[in-house]
Structures are given as C-alpha cells and as structure tokens.
Design a protein around this ligand. Structure first.
Ligand code: ZN
Length: 187
C-alpha cells in the first residue's frame, strides 16, 4: 500500500514537473510575479505589411498554442506588456495571470519590446528598430519602477530572457547593464 502511494506521488510530481516546468512548486502556489523577464519580438516594426503590436503578437501566440483563460477571459498573447518603438505601452495578459514567454519562469512578468536588437540575426539593421529606441527605454524604465514597487521586486529580479534560457533574446544591443545601473541607482 505504501509502495502504491509512493508510486502515485512520483507520477503526480513527474506530471506536474512536465506540465509546469522545473519551478513547478512556485507555479502551483502562485502568489504574484517572482520577477520580470525582458524580451524583443525579433522582428521589425512591421511584418508582411502589418504593424507589430500586442494584437499582432496575440495572433502569432494563438497559433503557437499560448492561449489561456483567466477569470472568464481568454488571452492569446503570452506577454504581460508590449512596448512599441514610439514608446507606447500596451497591455498583454493581466499581471496576476501566468505568462507564456520563458520556459520555467512563467511566474515572472514578461515585457516585450518591438524590434530586433540581435546583431547575429539582424546584423545590418534590415529590421528596425535594431536597438531599443530612447522612447522604448524611457517607457520600460518607468514601467519597471512601477512594477518593482508594486510587487516588491529588486533590480536583480529583472532578467533578460537569455539569462534564463538558451536564446539570444532580447539581443546583444539591448543595454541590460545600463538598465540595471539605472534601476539600482535611480538614474
Ligand atoms: Zn524572449
């Protein structure tokens, strides 16, 4: 009987881990964002004639199976926020909903800047913006300060996607060191 209980427990834990990723205990008992992950779209401001914004990203994410329900609403976009090249801030899914943006870290808020800031995949800047615009960085800093206050997060709780997974996102032209200094020093 004890053996059976142990087997059931192993299968249950294994199943949760597979469904929710390596940090499944936190995901299971979600109590607000554990941190923030910064992404880029790895596209230009327009793709095939369409402006890349939260609505366009939601369509792409719907096709990738990221859709999920939260309090009676279905959200397709995996990010919580999108920042356009002109600095406009758009809402994705609600802060209190699990994200779909970083494997194993979807209890973090996901913020995505439109652009391709990676010198490998966008070497000559064919996709614009090829680095975050001053307007995007200003919106990002102010959003991060608000979220850090609201959820009691520290500058070290803010990560680039590439720090948490095998990806170049948000690209080597994203000024992470400068951002960290600004957040730590209030600059
Ligand atoms: Zn990313």
């Amino acid at each position: 009987m004890a053996l059976l209980a142990a087997a059931v427990l192993i299968v249950a834990v294994g199943g949760l881990s597979m469904r929710l990723g390596p940090r499944w205990p936190r995901r299971l008992f979600f109590r607000g964002p554990a941190g923030i992950v910064i992404h880029h779209t790895a596209t230009g401001a327009r793709v095939e004639g369409h402006v890349v914004d939260a609505e366009r990203i939601a369509r792409w994410h719907e096709q990738r199976g990221f859709s999920a329900e939260y309090r009676g609403e279905v959200y397709h976009i995996g990010y919580h926020y999108v920042i356009l090249p002109d600095g406009t801030l758009q809402r994705g899914r609600p802060d209190w909903m699990m994200g779909a943006h970083t494997y194993g870290y979807n209890d973090y808020l996901g913020i995505c800047l439109v652009g391709n800031f990676d010198s490998q995949s966008n070497p000559d800047g064919a996709q614009q913006p090829s680095r975050p615009t001053p307007a995007q960085m200003a919106t990002l800093k102010s959003l991060l300060r608000d979220l850090m206050t609201k959820y009691r997060l520290r500058p070290e709780d803010i990560h680039e996607h590439g720090e948490l997974g095998a990806t170049a996102c948000p690209g080597d032209r994203f000024p992470m060191d400068e951002l960290r200094r600004a957040l730590a020093g209030g600059g």
